[in-house]
Write a protein that binds this ligand. Structure first.
Ligand code: G6P
Length: 368
C-alpha cells in the first residue's frame, strides 16, 4: 500500500529508524556460517567473480559515496584493484578498460539517467560483465545488468537517502566478502566480519537510541552557515555523505575533507563560527585523526566528535564527544553514518525546512 509516516513526523526519520530491519533484510538468506552465498548475485556470479581482475564502480549522489567506501573495502579485504567514478563524468570521457574488469553500478532507484547511460556505454566497452546493486526490482538498471544484488530497503520516500545508503553498504560488504573468498581472504577474518554483520542490526538499534543526545548537539548548528566534516580512510566518504545530508536538507554549506588534507586549505576557514564534525572509530588511523583534531582546536574551531566507546577522547572546552558502541572496524562506516543522518535531520527540523522534499532536489534524476 501507499507509504505512510506512521508515528513519525517525517519520512526521513521513519526511514532512519527502519535501518536495523532493512539491514537485516539485506543480509537475509545471503550468509553461510562463515561466508557469503555467491549465488545471491545470480547464477553467473561464481564464474564472473572468479575471472574479475579489477572493478569499476559507477554511481551518482549518495550511491557514489557508497561506492567510495567499497573501494577501501575491496582493495583492503579482497585485494582487487577498484576505481569509483560519478556517472556523469564517466560517460563523457575516454575510459581505458583493462582486461577482465567487472562493471558495477549502484543506485537506489535504478533509473538515474547518467548511471543508466554509463551502463549502456559500458556494454560496448569490453567489460567482463555488469553487476547492479539496486533497491528497485524491475528497474531499468536491474533489467539491463548481467548480475544483480537487491538491497532490501523498501520504498524510500525522503529525498535525502538514508536507509538506501546503509543497505547499499551492507550489500557492498557482501560483494567484498564474495570476491575476497575467491582471492584468498583469510578465513578467520572472513568469519569475523560475517559474525559482525549478523550483529549489525542490534548495534544500529543502539546507535539510534542516542537520538536525544544528537538532537541536543543539533542546537549548536541551527545558526551556523558553514560546517566541515572530517574523516580518514573509509570514513572520508562517510564524512562526504554527512556533509551532503546537511546541505540537502538544512541548506547549510558543508564540506568534507580527508582529515590529512586539512593543512592544505580548509584549516584557513576554521574559526568558532565553523563547527567541525569528525568520525573517530577505533581504527589504525585514530592517532593521526586525533592530531588533526588538535590542529582544529588550536585555531579555535568547535569540535564534534563521534568516537568509539573504547577511544580516549575527552569532552572539554570546545569539544563535544559522543561515544558509539564498539563495532568491527570493517563495519564502522555503516554505524558512523547514523549519527550524521540524525544530526542533519534535527538541524533541518530546527531550521524549519521541508525535510522530505528539499527545495530544488528530486528523489530520482531521470533526465540529464
Ligand atoms: C538524487 C537523489 C539522491 C540519490 C541520487 C542517485 O540526487 O536525491 O538521494 O543519491 O539521485 O540516485 P540513485 O537512485 O541512482 O541512487
Amino acid at each position: 500500500g501507499a507509504a505512510s509516516k506512521g508515528n513519525y513526523r517525517h519520512f526521513m526519520l521513519k526511514e532512519i529508524h527502519e535501518q536495523p530491519a532493512v539491514i537485516a533484510q539485506t543480509l537475509e538468506g545471503r550468509l553461510s556460517e562463515r561466508g557469503v552465498l555467491v549465488k545471491s548475485f545470480g547464477v553467473e556470479a561464481e564464474a564472473l567473480f572468479s575471472k574479475a581482475k579489477q572493478i569499476h564502480i559507477i554511481a551518482c549522489g549518495t550511491s557514489y559515496h557508497a561506492g567510495m567506501v567499497a573501494r577501501y573495502w575491496l582493495e583492503r579485504y579482497a585485494g582487487i584493484p577498484t576505481q569509483v567514478e560519478v556517472a556523469s563524468e564517466y560517460r563523457y570521457r575516454r575510459v581505458v578498460v583493462p582486461e577482465d574488469t567487472l562493471f558495477v553500478t549502484l543506485s537506489q532507484s535504478g533509473e538515474t539517467a547518467d548511471t543508466l547511460a554509463a551502463l549502456r556505454f559500458a556494454k560496448d566497452s569490453g567489460y567482463l560483465g555488469s553487476l547492479a546493486i539496486c533497491n528497485v526490482p524491475g528497474s531499468s538498471l536491474v533489467r539491463e545488468s548481467d548480475l544483480t544484488l537487491m538491497t532490501h530497503a523498501g520504498p524510500e520516500i525522503g529525498v535525502a537517502s538514508t536507509k538506501a545508503f546503509t543497505t547499499q553498504l551492507t550489500a557492498l560488504m557482501l560483494f567484498t566478502l564474495a570476491l575476497g573468498r575467491q582471492r584468498g581472504m583469510d578465513d578467520d577474518q572472513q568469519g569475523q566480519i560475517v559474525a559482525a554483520l549478523r550483529g549489525l542490526p542490534a548495534l544500529v538499534t543502539r546507535v539510534l537510541a542516542l537520538d536525544p543526545e544528537i538532537e541536543q548537539l543539533s542546537v549548536d548548528f541551527a545558526e551556523k552557515h558553514h560546517a566541515l566534516f572530517l574523516g580518514r580512510g573509509a570514513h572520508f566518504p562517510i564524512a562526504l555523505e554527512g556533509a551532503l545530508k546537511l546541505k540537502e536538507i538544512s541548506y547549510i554549506h558543508a564540506e568534507a575533507y580527508p582529515a590529512g588534507e586539512l593543512k592544505h586549505g580548509p584549516l584557513a576557514l576554521v574559526d568558532s563560527e565553523m563547527p567541525v564534525i569528525s568520525v573517530a572509530p577505533n581504527d589504525e588511523l585514530l592517532d593521526k585523526l586525533k592530531s588533526n583534531l588538535q590542529e582544529v582546536r588550536a585555531r579555535g574551531g568547535e569540535l564534534y566528535v563521534f568516537a568509539d566507546e573504547q577511544v580516549a577522547i575527552d569532552a572539554g572546552e570546545g569539544i563535544k564527544v559522543l561515544h558509539l558502541p564498539h563495532v568491527h572496524e570493517a563495519l564502522a562506516p555503516i554505524l558512523y553514518t547514523l549519527p550524521l543522518q540524525l544530526l542533519s535531520y534535527h538541524v533541518a527540523v530546527l531550521k524549519g525546512t521541508d525535510v522530505d522534499q528539499p527545495r530544488n532536489l528530486a528523489k530520482s534524476v531521470t533526465v540529464e
